[in-house]
Design a binder for this molecule. Sequence first.
Ligand code: HEC
Length: 126
Amino acid sequence: MRRPFVALLVVLVVIGAFTGGLAWLLDTPRPPAGATKGQRLYLGLCATCHGPDGRGSWRAALFLVRPGNLADAAVMDRRSDNYLLDLIKHGGAPIGRPGMPAFGSTISDDEIGEVVRYVRSLSRGR
Ligand code: HEC
């Protein structure tokens, strides 16, 4: 084989491994078989910052996002359902907690309800 061809092959393999690795790193976690709608929505929309278990993801920490701990029953038991529904629909900005984005234009109120139910399960050991 000639050298330029080998060099091209090496470059293609390196680019492939790099982009494949990035996609693997940045992809959202795959929902387990039989996952509820709430869990699917959570893993797709929330886990990037809050982590699959609600304790916060290392990717968020990398960007200095501090999403709190949704699995902490001491905190979550003090949050009413209305507070959670509002926070997820309108984001944290209206209550001075701008780190939390709004999802009112992404998912319906019913879907937000499903997500809240799933988030609750994170602090109750399922
Ligand atoms: C871009 C990152 C990001 C995403 C995506 C995100 N959040 Fe958050 N969330 C945050 C941050 C940051 C906070 C903390 C805000 C603060 O305290 O200033 C937060 C706070 C919260 C809180 C409040 C916790 C408390 O102690 O009051 C809940 C509940 C919550 N998020 C649920 C969700 C749900 C459900 C989703 C998906 C629909 C979601 N978040 C998506 C970043 C994110």
